[in-house]
Structures are given as C-alpha cells and as structure tokens.
Design a protein around this ligand. Structure first.
Ligand code: F6P
Length: 553
C-alpha cells in the first residue's frame, strides 16, 4: 500500500475545522439557540419537494462556511459535473456511475463507450411499460390462462433492498391486482415460506441479478424453477413465468429464461443505485408504470437540485458536510436514520447498503492509505418504535450519535390524532436530543414531585440528559412517488459528496469478494461425505465438524 494520503488533513480548510471544533466543544446547542433563535430559519432549506431543518447541529456560520470551503477545496462542483456527465468516476472498474441517467429519459443523449445510454434507458422503459400493462390488464396470463396474482422477486443487495423499500413506501399507490413477495436470503426458510403462499399458475418470478452470478439469487431461482416444474408439470411454461433483469443476458438464457423476457442492466449502474432501472420492475408491477415514472421524476428533481443549487442551499451537500463534521472532527462512529413513517420503515436497510457499501473504504482513489476516517456505521429504525428500544442510548449513553429524522407533514391514514401524536414524538425526540435536561432541571422536577432531599440527591444524576446530540429533520408534504424518489436520490448524492471529500471510489465493492470466495471453499466441506477441501483456522474446522455431526455427514 502506498504512503498515507495526508494532503487533506493538512489543508487550511481542514485545519480551520479542527480549530472550530476546539472552539465549540464546550458550547452546548442550547446556548447556540439561546444566543441565536433565528438559526431555526437560517438553517432551513428546501429542494425537490423536501425541506431540511438543520438548526439542531453543533453549527455556527463560521463552521458552516468552513465546511463549504472544505467542499470547494475538494473540487466538489467539478467532481459533481464529472459524475453527472458520465465520466468514469468508478475508477477501479473504469466505469461511469450514471444512475441519474435512469431517471432523465427526456435528456437528449449521453454516450458511454459509444453507446447512447439515454436511448437505452428509453427503450427499456418502453419495454417495462408494455410488460407492466400486459400483466396489469391481464392480457399476459399464466400457462393455464389465469391472470397473474403474485410476483416473486428473487434478488439480494441492490437487487432487493431498493425495490423492497419503494414497494413498501408506495403501498397507498398499489394496483389491487398483484401481491409482491421478495426473496433474498440463502436461508431456505425465505424461499420455502414464500412458495407456500403462491400458486404456480398465477405467479410471475423475477430473477433480479446484475451479474447473474450471485449464488444466493441463483440457488433460490433454481428452487423456484424446480418447484414450478414439479407443481405445474410444465417445463415449457418456465419461459412465460420467469423474467430476468440482468447485465448478463447469456447466463439468463442458459438458466432457461426466454430472451424476450430478459430486461437489461448496464455496467454504468451500480447495484445499490439500480432501483431506477428494470430492477424496479417489481415496483412498477405493484404501483403501475405511471407511478414508477413519477418516482423517477422525483429523483430527477433532486438530481437537478443537486446539480444547480449553490452548495450552501444544496440539501445533499449540506447533509453530507454535516456528516463529515461529526465523522471526522467529533469522532462520531455511526449515523442514525430515523424515519417517522411506517411506509418508510425499510429506509435504514436500503441506506445501509447504499452508504456502507459505497463509503466503507480504506484507501484513496489512488490506492493510498488514509489518515482520516471514512464511512460511519449507518443504522436506525422506524419512529416512534425506536423511542422504546434504542433512544435511551442516544439520550443517556456516552456516544455522539448524529441522527436524521424523516417525517411527512401529512399522513395517508388520518385516524384519531395519530399523525399529530407521531409528529409530536418526532419533534420531542429531536428537541430532547438537542436540549437534554440539566442537573438543576432534574432536581427541580424531583422536588416538584415531592421527593425527599436525600432522594433528590440520589436520583438526580440518573435523570440528567446531556443533550447536544445533533440531528436533522427532513420533511416532505406526504409520502408519494415523487417525494420517495427525491428522498432516495438525496441520500445517493449525500453519499457521493462524502466520497469526494474522502477521495474514495464510492462505486466499487471489492470488500465483498473475500467472503464469497471463502464461502465457496467451506461449502464442499459441509456437504460432501469426505471432509475434503482446504483446512481453515482451527475454529472454522471445529465448527465444520459440528455441522457435519449435527447433519450426519
Ligand atoms: O454485495 C455485493 C453485491 O454485488 C451488491 O453490490 C449487489 O447489489 C448484490 O451483491 C447483488 O448483486 P447482483 O445484482 O449482481 O446479483
């Protein structure tokens, strides 16, 4: 590994931020609000239908200016133009990352290695449209002439998490006729439980795999195909009940999928950025192509906002730089995603792959080791449930945990006062994280509740909440195709911006290769009668023996 890349931490902009941290470290956010109530409106920006309140941050105008200066030092505007313009920003695989082209079908043309990708996108969207129309209108039917009632989408990672998130998020827009099921894991329970729910005559299987080489997906698809043939007694019908979305058309054909039923993916789209492509077919089948196009349009609106808006009012840039602030200057190890909406409950799962598979890197684009932290751990869960699970640690633990609250101003399901209740919870948690509760306030509360002096002294330290936990509140009017598209695109660009600052390749994922390879080495030793295969470490060898004994091999 070449010498550490220390240019970034020696820049004046980085040094300035280090000084800012020193000057702010004893200034609680409470004081910042007391001295400057107008921060609530000054640190509030809008874009592509979303609003961001970033006032509850360890932030002054000085810090904000220094963060933007760092972004400019890292040539963010130039790198943004390269991304959107189709440059080969995925340097280790020598590929562009043109997920933005997937949602800009009105663009003129954009050539990648001599191929107009916009034309490819439009051709595929038209094919998707026709296919979805045939299924939903029930003109395309199963081998016994019955209309399709179920779609089983088999895929993992980016071929699963994004489509699943959006299918759940846009449930209110679901066309009645189809139920959508997702199978990802190689744990046989998932495919078995799913097949138990569906009828081969009326089920469409989508094999979702950019590489068509992911073992989990291929093994699950083989089980589905065998189940289908066994239950239908009709091998020919595989061709009309199995659809593939892949960049590896020949492998799909070898699997037995009719070439007519293969939708393309391209090397210039990363898996975790691919829900906007034909990988989004389960979404389009569930909500209809009109709503799928509205999803694309929402994402495109965010792309336009990201491209055209000055850094200081740019939602992905502001959120990204605040993340850099805590990750690299306050030693935060994680970042919490707290969607306060049941439809967005799987957002943390998708953002985990999006962010951690993009930013979980340890060398620069030039292969140099780094003398600074890169991607944090992304975690989270739906509110208000998290308040009864992990918010305790945020409120009274020992760690700095920056958080993003995400909440719609309106609900699809007005019932009693629930939405106001949810919104109140969200604002309360955000305020509690910022303001906390001082020892004096804790003592006063205990006194007011009639506790003895001794108990006040004994209990008060346990009631203190330090506060000063930075958090953003991201809002949309309502969870709609457009706002969901804009939300996910926002986080894609947030991830990209952080990758620019860290100068990493945000679009490869070489780290997943070793585990796959080791799995292939171990598998034969679990399955075969003789314990062949390479010996590993003593722990692995021991556990292989236990598995063989338990499964009598
Ligand atoms: O986790 C590794 C990975 O390659 C992801 O980047 C990708 O989304 C997933 O596996 C599935 O890959 P494929 O779509 O090629 O099956």
């Amino acid at each position: 590994m070449t010498s550490p890349r220390s240019t970034l931490t020696s820049t004046p902009e980085w040094q300035k931020l280090t000084a800012c941290r020193e000057s702010l470290k004893n200034t609680p956010m409470r004081a910042l609000f007391a001295d400057d109530p107008a921060r609530a409106t000054r640190y509030f920006i809008n874009g592509a239908g979303l609003s961001l309140d970033f006032s509850k941050n360890r932030l002054t105008d000085d810090v904000f200016e220094a963060l933007m200066a760092l972004a400019r030092r890292c040539k963010l505007e130039e790198r943004r133009a390269a991304l959107l313009g189709g440059d080969k920003v995925n340097v280790t695989e020598n590929r562009p990352a043109l997920h933005t082209a997937l949602r800009n079908p009105e663009a003129g043309s954009l050539a990648v290695d001599g191929v107009d990708v916009i034309a490819e996108v439009n051709t595929t969207l038209k094919r998707m449209d026709a296919f979805v129309q045939e299924v939903l209108s029930q003109s395309r039917r199963g081998y016994t002439g019955k209309a399709f009632t179920d779609v089983v989408s088999i895929g993992i990672g980016g071929s699963f998490l994004g489509p699943k998130l959006v299918t759940e998020a846009l449930q209110p827009y679901r066309k009645a006729s189809l139920r959508c099921h997702y199978v990802a894991n190689i744990d046989g329970t998932e495919i078995c439980e799913t097949l138990a729910k569906v009828n081969p005559e009326t089920t469409l299987f989508l094999v979702q795999s950019k590489s068509f080489g992911t073992r989990e997906t291929l093994e699950n698809s083989k089980v589905a195909r065998e189940w289908f043939i066994e239950r239908s007694g009709n091998t020919q019908a595989v061709a009309s009940h199995f659809i593939a979305v892949t960049a590896n058309k020949s492998a799909a054909q070898a699997f037995g999928i009719d070439p007519e039923n293969v939708f393309p993916m391209w090397d210039w789209v990363g898996g975790r950025y691919s829900l906007w492509s034909a990988i989004g077919l389960p979404v389009a089948l569930t909500i209809g192509m009109d709503n799928f196009r509205a999803l694309l349009a929402g994402a495109h609106a965010m792309d336009t906002h990201f491209r055209d808006t000055p850094l200081e009012e740019n939602l992905p840039v502001v959120m990204a730089m605040l993340g850099i602030w805590y990750n690299n200057f306050w030693d935060a190890e994680t970042h919490a995603i707290l969607p306060y909406d049941h439809y967005l409950r799987s957002l943390p799962d998708h953002l985990q792959q999006l962010d951690m598979e993009s930013s979980g890197k340890q060398v620069s684009q030039q292969g140099e080791s780094l003398d600074y932290q890169t991607g944090p751990v992304i975690w989270g869960g739906v509110g208000a449930n998290g308040q009864h699970a992990y918010h305790q640690l945020i409120h009274q633990g020992t760690r700095l945990i920056p958080a993003d609250f995400i909440i719609p101003l309106q609900t699809h399901n007005p019932v009693a006062t629930h939405h106001a209740d949810l919104f109140a919870n969200c604002l309360a948690q955000s305020r509690a994280m910022m303001a906390g509760k001082t020892l004096e306030e804790a003592k006063a509360e205990l006194a007011a509740s009639g506790e003895s002096e001794a108990d006040i002294e004994r209990l008060a330290p346990h009631k203190v909440i330090p506060g000063n936990q930075p958090n953003n509140i991201l809002m949309m009017e309502k969870v709609t195709p457009a706002s969901v598209g804009a939300l996910i695109a926002l986080y894609e660009h947030r991830t990209f911006v952080q990758g620019v600052i860290w100068d990493i390749d945000s679009f490869d994922q070489w780290g997943v290769e070793l585990g796959k390879k080791l799995g292939q080495d171990i598998l034969p030793r679990l399955l075969e009668s003789s314990a062949e295969g390479k010996a590993s470490d003593s722990a692995t060898d021991n556990l292989i023996s236990l598995f063989r004994a338990s499964n009598r091999r």
